[in-house]
Write a new protein. Structure first.
Length: 114
């Protein structure tokens, strides 16, 4: 099983980024997909979720700014991040979950700074 995140980088406050997480080795459409993030010195925190039937859930801190989506034909989940703030700076991880199985990617760094 492999989850590979991409799309991170350095962006100015107010800017946008689109993260991708490509999955292999799993039946992607059967998995709930989550995004988490971890800032330096802080615990990993939930960001967004999309279920197998495309129900979406967001952390209050990103609601209205971030959008999660999935493309089952490409085995990929996306996180569109708009109106980025310095406090969004973190390593972003995707997580694939089905029943008692869970898999993590290696993370992609997002830095919001002027």
């Amino acid at each position: 099983v492999q989850l590979v995140e991409s799309g991170g980088g350095l962006v100015q406050p107010g800017g946008s980024l689109r993260l991708s997480c490509a999955a292999s080795g799993i039946l992607f459409s059967f998995y709930r997909m989550d995004w988490y993030r971890q800032a330096p010195g802080k615990q990993r925190e939930f960001v967004a979720r999309i279920t197998t039937d495309a129900t979406r859930t967001y952390a209050d801190s990103v609601k209205g700014r971030f959008t999660i989506s999935r493309d089952n034909t490409k085995n990929t989940v996306y996180l569109q991040m708009n109106s980025l703030r310095p406090e969004d700076t973190a390593v972003y991880y995707c997580n694939a979950v089905r029943l008692s199985n869970g898999y993590w990617g290696q993370g992609t760094q997002v830095t919001v700074s002027s």
